[in-house]
Each structure stands twice: as structure tokens, then as C-alpha cells.
Design a protein around this ligand. Sequence first.
Ligand SMILES: *Cc1c(COP(=O)(O)O)cnc(C)c1O
Length: 391
Amino acid sequence: MNYKISPRAASLAPSLTLAIDSKAKAMKAAGEDVVGFGAGEPDFDTPQHIKDACAKALADGFTKYTPSSGIPELRQAIADKFARDNGLTYKPSQIIVSCGGKHSCYNVILATCAEGDEVIIPAPYWLSYPEMAKLAGATPVILSTSDKTEFKVTPEQLRAAITSRTRLFILNSPSNPTGSVYTPEEIKALGDICVEKGVLIMSDEIYEQLTYDGATHKSVASFSQAHYDHTIIVHGLAKAWSMTGWRLGFLAAPEPIAKAIDAIQSHSTSNPTSFAQKGGVAALNGPQDHLKSWLAEYAKRRTYAWQKLNSIPGISCVNSKGAFYLFPNISKLGLKSADFCARLLEQEKVAAVPGIAFGADDYLRISYATSLANIEKGLDRLERFCKTLAK
Ligand SMILES: *Cc1c(COP(=O)(O)O)cnc(C)c1O
């Protein structure tokens, strides 16, 4: 049988992250002592009061379809969050709850991009953005950055990349994979250009709460009415509430875009899981004290890992200001990032994600969403590995 795969599906790049991850998992299952730096999710458990709210919803029989864009109570809680944390006014009708922040991103791209449109994506990028643009029939336009500018695009770079086909600019600060955080001034400068040129901004703010060293997050939507009108904010419960498996993301958009996304979602996934949404309400309206201890723990690991990485000959690493990733430069060690990671896993049983997966072959992504003991062990092994390369 000759199965014909659609050109759009066939155009997708297979996930390098998953290839490394499945090899690491297979080694672990075979009893090998693998240290994983690949995790894209917090290692903390979901706070108990959130689980309790979900369990109660199940016990109460809250197990049926809900409105496809989410229960009113949750959309209101999200609108309240934007008012409280970001000074942004959204009506619940401008909020869409989706099956994860990733699903929110995909909905935004599908609702705004057509065949032949261009989507500007700074690299290193979260690896799903370009593939989502391709699924919508649009063309990803990649803007390269390096550790010399802390992986930030400049206003000049953005301006030069905009054409009459440009539809969307994707901004992700704090960033996965680099951990870099744009300053409010830098965000405003990029937003100003998009407003001037009539380009929409998809601002992925899922790591909003995870910043260090006094870095502050400011949403591009918050600078003026014009910025607000050009911005769709994507967010979710995965990272700051450690709810990756719950599949709950959300977005806030100008009304016509929210309406289009509501239609898309009503014909694709329908509503996010009913009882999970009740947990989402508890997460947003309940106490936020868990964050303080998580942030203190992340900060400790980040400092240790950053110092240790920079002590290894051949590696240099800018310190991240957000999320839970470091993005060390390995270009002096003479291996492409995929080879580097494959050999690191084989020789030292350390799993890291090659930078090439994020459009930056000179780097690795190290997640510090794992215990300090693991970080110490894994980085000692990385050091030993790098010494064998240097010889
Ligand atoms: C984790 C993540 C998301 C959303 O993840 P979900 O699990 O789908 O909620 C979105 N954007 C970035 C950059 C992320 O790292």
C-alpha cells in the first residue's frame, strides 16, 4: 500500500528532542544511571489545593462537555489574572482556554496566517513555532541571534525582515530555550515596529513568573492601546503551576481573533477537559505562595549550573534571566550539537538537547528543572566528557 502523506504533514521536521529523549528513556529503563537535562517541565508537583479542586469536580460529576472556549468561571479568572498581574483589561469573550499553551499557539497561527504569509521567528526558537507556521501554509522567517546579544533580536533586525507578506511576529520572553528576558524598553521597541508596520505579535508569556536577578516581565500588549490591538498573548498553567500534564493553556486576543479561534477550536478539540478547568480556576484564584519557594530553588540551581558550565574549558555560557534553561556555547569543542549530545549520552549517560533543534547549532539546552544533586552529577560528567574532546 502506498500511503500518501499530505504535503503539509510531510513538510514537518521530526523532533530531535524526542529522539534523544526516547533513547535516554530506553537507557533508563534498561537500568542505566542516566542524568536528564532534557526536561521541558518543572520537577515540582502540582500544588495540593489545585489537585483537590479537580478531584472535587470529578466527585461532583463535572464530567461533561463545557463551552468550547472554556467555562465562564475560568475565563473570568484568567481575565482577573491579566488585570491583576499585567494591568490589562480583557473581557472573558476575549479569552480562550485551550488544551495547553502549545495548542493556544497553534490556534493563533491557524487563525491569523494564510498560505504564503510570513511569520517572523527569532532563533533560538521554541521548536514548535516554525512547524506550526508550516502547518498553516505560512513561511517561517528565522532571525538568528547569538549569545553576544543574549539571544535577543534587535529592532533593526526585525525591521529589515518585515515584508508586505509578514503577518505575525513571535516573541517569547522569558525564552525557551535560552532563558533570556527582554527588558521592558526592548519589548516596547519591537512592539513599536510591529504597530508601525501593521504586523500582529504573538507574545508567548508562559514563563512570565519565572525570572531572576530582578529581571521583570512586561507584556508587549501593555504599552498602549495600539500595542494591545496588535497583540495576542499566549499563556498557560504548565510552568508556573507545574501542570504540564493537565493540558491547560489560554490566550487573550482582540475580539475578532478570539472569535475566529473559538470557531476553530469548536470544530477541532472542543473544550479542554472539564474537571481540569476547575483545577485551573483554583490555580489562578488561589494562593500563589508555592512560587516563592520554587523560584528560590531554581535560582540556586541556576547559579550553580552557570558557574560550573563556565568553569569547563571550551564552554561559555551567558547567565539566563528567566525560565529554567541555560544555553551554553559549545562551538569551541569541535562537534555539531547533535553529535555532541549523542556522544554525551553514550559516553557519560547525560541527556541534553542539541541546539540545532532550536535553530542554533553552536549550543546545548540544559534544563535545571531537576534536583541540585542531579545537576552536580550531570555537570561533573559533562566536564569529564569535554576533557576527552579537548585532547
Ligand atoms: C511549555 C511551553 C509552552 C506550553 O506548553 P503546554 O504544555 O502546551 O502548556 C508554550 N511555549 C513555550 C515556549 C513553552 O516552553
